[in-house]
Design a protein around this ligand. Structure first.
Ligand SMILES: NC(=O)c1ccc[n+]([C@@H]2O[C@H](COP(=O)([O-])OP(=O)(O)OC[C@H]3O[C@@H](n4cnc5c(N)ncnc54)[C@H](OP(=O)(O)O)[C@@H]3O)[C@@H](O)[C@H]2O)c1
Length: 283
């Protein structure tokens, strides 16, 4: 809609290239198909069919109106990229969980005294802020609140606070320290240890994309429940030799019980290595 408004008369006779099949029915706003037809678009290329039965059918509507429509271009890139979390939510009814953490070459996320700031360099910190601006919620456990007292705010490239901030979520049965930055009414404090119940509560708030930041014990519980959908590990060229490991309480005692992941991306980010991995799931 924004692109059509910006294009104005230039949209007439043009080809629209979109990630998702244009919606055919009213879903809080008029259907995209009506806007495309009103703008005089003559062709549409979309990557992924609309999986939502309430709004699907856009290709049929556009074809019936004489528009040249083709689905499929860049389908894989869109499925695993910009629409990944939303498609996951549509398929499962639960938010997509990315577990992100900063660790040393020996797998530590904090030193023995609990300090963890500065494991990653500025390039990773910038990426994490960009990531925070895109997700709907950031989630941590009480141990991280106590050790690090984070504010979980997203900042833009200039260091300013964008208007849209992700929901800040703490999972803990206990109270937060009264002077914690997250001890305010804007934080959703979920008093449970059940990861499925956490995601149900977040889905009820229309949270589609969640970033689980560090939080070794909470991450262990989510992994054990099969509820980690992507890992983003930022590995720093640093060794500690002691201190908290990236993961705790995941329930693995023998190598055959290891959780298996497929690495789908490795890049340098400043002096750190960024590893993206997705679970190997049966079927
Ligand atoms: N480098 C990084 O990326 C990074 C990021 C974050 C944290 N850290 C480090 O991680 C360390 C904290 O580790 P942590 O494991 O204590 O942190 P955590 O996972 O944030 O917090 C653990 C607490 O969360 C609650 N909790 C929620 N769900 C739970 C479940 N299913 N099972 C058990 N407990 C659950 C419990 O509090 P209740 O008893 O109140 O229920 C538990 O004590 C700190 O040193 C911090 O600096 C590092």
């Amino acid at each position: 809609m924004v692109a059509l408004a910006e294009a104005g008369d230039r949209a007439y006779g043009a080809t629209a290239v979109v990630t998702l099949e244009p919606c055919a029915r009213h879903a809080g706003a008029p259907p995209c198909t009506s806007a495309l037809l009103a703008a005089g678009i003559s062709a549409v290329r979309y990557a992924v069919p609309d999986p939502n039965p309430a709004t699907a059918g856009g290709e049929r509507v556009l074809r019936a109106a004489g528009v040249n429509v083709r689905g499929g271009p860049l389908s894989e890139e869109v499925r695993t990229g910009p629409l990944r979390a939303w498609l996951h939510f549509m398929a499962t009814g639960r938010p997509h969980v990315t577990w992100k953490y900063a660790m040393t070459l020996d797998g530590r996320v904090a030193a023995a005294d609990g300090t963890s700031g500065g494991i990653n360099g500025p390039a990773v910190r910038a990426e994490v802020h960009a990531l925070r601006t895109r997700v709907d919620a950031i989630m941590i456990g009480r141990g991280t609140v106590v050790a690090d007292n984070p504010g979980l705010l997203a900042r833009d490239a200039e260091g300013d606070l964008p208007d849209r901030q992700p929901l800040r979520v703490v999972v803990a049965t206990g109270d937060l320290p009264p002077d914690a930055k997250l001890a305010d009414p804007g934080t959703l404090h979920l008093r449970t240890h059940d990861p499925a119940a956490v995601l149900t509560a977040l889905a009820a708030r229309e949270v589609v994309d969640v970033l689980l930041e560090g939080s070794p014990t909470l991450a262990g519980a989510f992994l054990h429940a099969g509820l980690i959908d992507r890992i983003l590990a930022f590995v720093a060229p640093m060794l500690l030799g002691s201190g908290a490991s990236a993961l705790a309480g995941a329930g693995v005692s023998t190598i055959t019980d290891a959780y298996r992941f497929t690495i789908d991306g490795v890049t340098m980010n400043g002096s750190d290595v960024r590893i993206s991995a997705v679970p190997v799931r049966a079927g």
